[in-house]
Write a protein of this length. Sequence first.
Length: 342
Amino acid sequence: MRTPLLEIDDLSVTFRGRRLLPWRRRSEVRAVQHASLEVDVGETLGLVGESGSGKSTIGRALLRLVEPDGGRIRLGEVEVTSLPRSKVREYRRSVQVVFQDPVASLNPSMLVGQIIGEPLYLNLGLDGAARRARVAELLAQVGLDPTHATRYPYEFSGGQRQRIAIARALASEPGLIVLDEPVSALDVSTQSQVINLLEELQAATGIAYLMIAHDLAVVRHVCQRIVVMYRSRIMEDGPADRVCEAPAHPYTELLLASIPDPDPVVQREKRRRRRDLTAIASANPSSEGCPFAGRCPHTMDICRAEFPDYTEVPGGGRVACHLVGSSGGRAEPSGESVDVAR
């Protein structure tokens, strides 16, 4: 039985620019359009896509760092989108974040003990010996020596700094942590250590993760389910194994074909597949159509005219693609299709 912890329903976020001239309208960027997803208690959900797809904006809306234009966010019993400003600080105890760059996210003028101890004091009211003892416990929990509390962040490696950031996120005892590209700034060996640590912490505490990333190989290893975004829209979601082994959307296929492989035969096949999936580079589709229509080799007229409904996919999940029929199977383009081979 699934037990939803986080529910996001029909979320939309628009960023508005400055008015360059008095008689002109402000420019607008639709960062997220009609996004819906759920994260269960103790689950890791992967949110993947290219830079600019809107995945980080969803995380920021969840943290109340940006205000949505429409839709609903619910975390446990808290209606996040209607939460008054006076309650935001209390709410943020329930959801924490680990950012991509631990160098930028840790205050260089504070000791590690102060960095981890600050949320203990602000959110839990711990002070003095109790706070120092809890800081030591958290450092040990993330694989660091408790004596490191008296050092500054610059004295640590990138992987160690990310462990400090994780300890800070755990300090408030949240139910959900937003992991915004938590390992992309680290080397490969350190990435695996941090990922293993996150899995161990989840097994020990039952915490849930929303992992925002662009690397499907990492996300598949960590996550139970995956949501794929492209240009503000959710294109596909489902169990991690199904999405990675039997992708239903051409964009998901392209992401998988972009993952490097050490086997030269497999890599050549992936290179060929990438060429097939990027055989067209037409003008940008209309805002009402599928955002991938300008790059998709299967584009039809309807793709440029309207965004497809979500269709259930065999093996679990759903996909937004006009090629997928009501049964979830891939259909052949109809007579209205565009010849993209030319």
